[in-house]
Ligand binder design. Structure first.
Ligand code: BES
Ligand code: ZN
Ligand code: ZN
Length: 484
């Protein structure tokens, strides 16, 4: 789908379809009497994502006009605008429309960005392995009606790259575990790095053994698929030195989580292919960063492994020594993400990262706490937390701050090692975060638990079922904001 800007007055726009949002309880901007009548009769109410498709309206060049409900004006924001754009694209796609012009309620840069990102995300279908694709119905062109303004060209360029990288992450997350092994994940990172001029290094099992990544290696022990640790480096202007800040993006890359010996129930286990969504997001964010070239050094560290039971698998009660030197009693082999991240966070610090942001499908408990609407955000540092929350606000990836207080350390007591890998029954997402903190400290660090938000169980009008690509956009925005 090509994206562009369209500066013509709305009435003069020729297109297969022109899309305008209409607010609840407000007359839509009236091109014609028809719209006014439909509003007055109640047929167009403006309720969120209501679709009214009209053909060949007098006084308009566009062949169709789609009025998308935008909900109440007071509630309207970037999140709602993204939904409206995404839903419009998906709706028109089903009508075999090829070319769309979308007119956001205003021409502000944030509105243009949201329209483009919503449209690109909405257009995506996870249909790689379907012989019968919707491809023949693909939208060819999506333009945003906006005033002529140089700043908007930059917005267009950025938003397109960011949203494409979000979809790139979704493709990777949707790969089944037989196709996307840890080695394959590394291979994709390598190919991407070569294309976009990033440095890429992949640590293999021998190297991890030399370094002493006992926590990561323990997780991988049960699988015939060897683990990898992917490192992608972006250096502004070619040099990483001289910058006081070096951001580390760390992502959980469990290509499949059976639970290991503490095996999961079989119901829904197929979904555990998305347990690498955090890792995919970190790699995809680097793909955008490499193209947008901000003035901040960023390194992604993605530990990838498959969590399997088997005669070589680690057992409950095993004690492993992490890269940091701390010993961990593995009370539950299904709490594997934090083991991978323990070594990855320590390694990121070893590589010189001064600030850390990790993303992980870490706990079922965060889904209990926040449902599927918000990413669980844990921050050890106020400034960094604020940066991430601000970035999330811009990108519309909703995040909710969770507590991270030393009191919760009480949940992490092991009789036989420095730490257990699970806390008690309560506050599972928090004890998981407290565990990670032991390995991120003393670096300012934010942990994003995306277990509830990285996968959509049912399609929404604005987004296909499956991987969402969270939190690619926020990771990229964080980096862009840092230097501007
Ligand atoms: N990958 C899971 C968490 C998860 C659950 C992600 C649901 C997506 C949807 C993680 O490795 C896990 O199994 N966590 C356990 C931890 C427990 C054993 C302390 C959990 O949440 O049940
Ligand atoms: Zn698990
Ligand atoms: Zn897991």
């Amino acid at each position: 789908m090509l994206v562009s800007l369209d500066h013509r007055p709305i009435e003069n726009i020729e297109a297969d379809a022109l899309v305008i949002p209409a607010f609840e309880g407000e007359r839509p901007p009236c091109f014609t009497e028809v719209l006014a009548e439909l509003f007055d009769s109640g047929e167009i109410s403006g309720k969120a994502l209501e679709m009214t498709l009209l053909h060949r309206l007098p006084g308009m060049q566009a062949r169709r006009l789609l009025v998308v409900g935008a909900g109440k004006r007071e509630r309207f924001n970037g999140v709602e605008l993204r939904k409206a754009a995404g839903a419009a694209v998906r709706f028109l796609k089903s009508k075999s429309v090829r070319q769309i012009v979308f007119a956001p309620p205003d021409g502000a840069p944030a509105s243009v960005a949201a329209s483009i990102e919503g449209a690109i995300a909405g257009e995506y279908e996870p249909d790689r392995y379907k012989s019968q694709k919707n491809g023949d119905k693909a939208i060819e062109q999506f333009a945003v009606a906006a005033p002529e303004d140089a700043a908007l060209k930059t917005v267009l360029h950025r938003s397109r790259i960011i949203a494409e990288c979000q979809n790139w992450a979704r493709d990777m997350v949707n790969e089944p575990a037989n196709r996307l092994t840890p080695s394959e994940m590394a291979e994709r990172a390598r190919v991407m790095a070569a294309e976009f001029n990033l440095e890429c290094e992949v640590l293999d099992r021998d190297r991890m053994q030399q370094l002493g990544m006992g926590a990561l290696l323990g997780v991988a022990a049960g699988s015939a698929e060897p683990p990898v640790l992917v490192v992608l480096r972006y250096r502004p202007g070619g040099a990483a030195d001289g910058h006081p800040v070096h951001l580390g993006l760390v992502g959980k890359g469990v290509t499949f989580d059976t639970g290991g010996i503490s095996i999961k129930p079989s119901d829904n286990m197929e979904k555990m292919k998305y347990d690498m969504a955090g890792g995919a997001a970190a790699i995809a964010a680097m793909r955008a960063i490499a193209q947008l070239k901000p003035a901040l050094p960023v390194t992604a560290v993605v530990p990838a492994a498959e969590n399997m039971p088997g005669s070589r698998a680690q057992r409950p009660g095993d004690i492993v020594t992490a890269l940091s030197g701390k010993t961990i009693e593995v009370l539950n082999t299904d709490a594997e993400g934090r083991l991978l991240l323990a070594d990855a966070l320590a390694y990121a610090r070893h590589l010189g990262c001064t600030h850390l942001v990790d993303a992980a499908t870490l706990t079922g408990a965060i889904v209990v706490a926040l449902g599927h609407m918000n990413v669980g955000l844990f921050g050890s540092d106020e400034k960094l937390t604020e940066r991430v929350l601000n970035a999330a606000c811009v990108t519309g990836e909703k995040m909710w701050r969770m507590p991270l207080e030393d009191d919760y350390k009480d949940y992490l007591k092991s009789a036989f090692a420095d730490l257990p890998n699970v806390g008690g029954r309560w506050g599972g997402a928090i004890s998981a975060a407290m565990f990670l903190k032991e390995f991120a400290d003393p670096a300012p660090w934010v942990h994003l638990d995306i277990a509830g938000t990285a996968w959509l169980d049912d399609a929404k009008p604005y987004l296909a079922k499956g991987p969402t690509g969270v939190p690619v956009r926020t990771m990229v925005q964080l980096v862009l904001d840092w230097t501007e």
